[in-house]
Design a protein around this ligand. Structure first.
Ligand SMILES: [Zn+2]
Length: 472
């Protein structure tokens, strides 16, 4: 029997194993003794250990951080998947923890991210074993318990266990990801003495999350009437692409009544790794405020400085002096995404995705100097995460892409992305599968699903990867 025939025959068993894993709500919870990520991930690893045993694989439990099982000795290839999931959230039309099958699709939290791919890797190992294919070196499957919450599982696991010559993780997309930009996303702050001068800004509520281009930001001002601000808003709506709305409200505090003007900016949200696809409401609002005749004070000073360093439309960090690019990773991207400003100070955060050529000297130090010279303080433990890069001609890349082309008939191409995958900190690791290009599997959303055909095809491709990479 061929490996492909064997995997096809396992379909109903595969589905029942997957349903068992999906039934465990493996969302991170309170850490307890012997359960570093809470009861859910612990129960999922216990279930995976039982399933492995039923398939004749003895899985070693690394303190409920991760499980590990080998086929053969002296492993050369590590396949890495995870058992934890993000919580179900709202909006499901199917039960999130009871796998349902409909027209070849499997609905349920974790079917695609990442329990289905984890099982595909296990079935690949079994198929190679059951078909009696000789391997010169072994293959290792590692199932982690905290990919969704910062990958502490891998920090622990790799403190105990070695990396292997080849590593892939089916926790992203086909064809293959060989380059993941690095990230620099520190908080910074500034404090000043409040004053009573007018006109002035008393509050800014910008974005809340650094990794999203803010689609909304608002400012509260005193001492400027709406009719004076309106023409400036109209002008800046045109200049920035954002929409501004004005409203006036009366506010009485401690017997003192004053009229406040609220300006709300609306832009377009986008992911921080593709900031040029959005319209940043926060930087648009700062551009507008900078043009108003504000009195000299701490808030005015801060607004002018932020606008100077991070002007609207600069999604590459040109002004602050870190714009750079290289052939393999493309441009550095920059998103000024978080701002909270009050009468006496501000905290803010940006999210920059940095190319392979980024270093502490040409990014971190440049930002640090620019912020310090304006009186801002960078968070004490700020650090840049470097990019992750495996060359396109590395054997793991060429072999997996060749397999992908052979099994799908599609062009295999190594991709560079602005986000990070499970292998970001694993030297030589690539992401391979299981999302097929162009399909939205609603990962992390309601009605997440996987395709049965895609999971079984993945198992076949993983088996072929084992055969090719472990045969030398
Ligand atoms: Zn995942």
């Amino acid at each position: 029997m061929t490996v492909n025939e064997y995997i096809d025959q396992q379909k109903s068993r595969f589905l029942s194993d997957l349903a068992r894993l999906v039934a465990v709500r493996s969302v991170r919870g309170e850490a307890a003794d012997g359960a570093p990520f809470g009861d859910g991930p612990k129960a999922a690893l216990d279930e995976a250990i039982r399933i492995c045993a039923e398939h004749g694989f003895n899985m070693t439990n690394y303190a409920y951080y991760a499980g590990e099982t080998d086929l053969g000795d002296d492993p050369a290839l590590l396949m890495l998947a995870h058992l934890d999931v993000v919580d179900e959230g709202e909006g499901w039309t199917k039960p999130p923890y009871e796998m349902t099958e409909e027209n070849g699709k499997l609905y349920g939290r974790g079917t695609m991210d990442d329990k289905g791919p984890a099982l595909a890797a296990l079935y690949a190992m079994e198929a190679v074993r059951e078909c009696g294919i000789p391997l010169k070196r072994g293959v290792r499957l590692v199932l982690g318990c905290a990919e969704e919450t910062g990958s502490e599982d891998m920090e622990y696991y790799f403190s105990k266990r070695p990396t292997l010559p080849y590593c892939f993780s089916p926790d992203a997309s086909y064809p293959l990801i060989h380059l993941e930009k690095g990230r620099f996303a520190p908080f910074f702050s500034k404090q000043w003495e409040p004053t009573n001068v007018i006109p002035r800004v008393v509050k800014i509520c910008g974005g809340k999350t650094a990794n999203i281009v803010p689609c909304k930001a608002s400012a509260v001002l005193i001492g400027i009437p709406a009719q004076q601000a309106q023409p400036v808003c109209d002008d800046f709506a045109e200049k920035t692409g954002a929409k501004f709305t004005l409203s006036e409200e009366f506010n009485c505090e401690g017997g003192v009544c004053c009229k406040k003007l609220v300006i709300t900016a609306e832009g377009v949200a986008a992911h921080a790794s593709e900031p040029h696809k959005g319209v940043n409401a926060q930087t648009a609002l700062l551009a507008l405020l900078n043009a108003l005749p504000l009195a000299e004070c701490g808030t005015t000073d801060a607004i002018r400085t932020l606008h100077k360093l991070f002007p609207h439309g600069d999604t590459q960090g040109k002004t602050v002096g870190i714009a750079m690019q290289d052939d393999v990773s493309g441009d550095l991207t920059f998103n000024f995404g978080v701002l909270e400003l009050n009468e006496d100070g501000l905290t803010a955060c940006f999210d920059s995705r940095v190319p392979v050529c980024a270093t502490k000297e040409n990014v971190f130090d440049v930002i640090d100097t620019a912020l310090q010279s304006e009186g801002f303080i960078l968070q004490a433990d700020a650090a840049m995460i470097p990019a992750h890069y495996v060359p396109k001609d590395a054997p793991i890349v060429t072999t997996l892409l060749d397999i992908y082309e052979q099994f799908t008939g599609e062009k295999g191409e190594a991709l560079a992305i602005g986000g990070g995958t499970y292998v970001h900190d694993i030297e030589g690791g690539v992401a391979f599968g299981c999302e097929m290009p162009g399909i939205d599997y609603r990962l992390h959303g309601p009605d997440e699903f996987a395709d049965i055909d895609t999971l079984l095809l993945s198992a076949k491709m993983f088996a072929e990867a084992i055969i090719r990479l472990c045969a030398e």
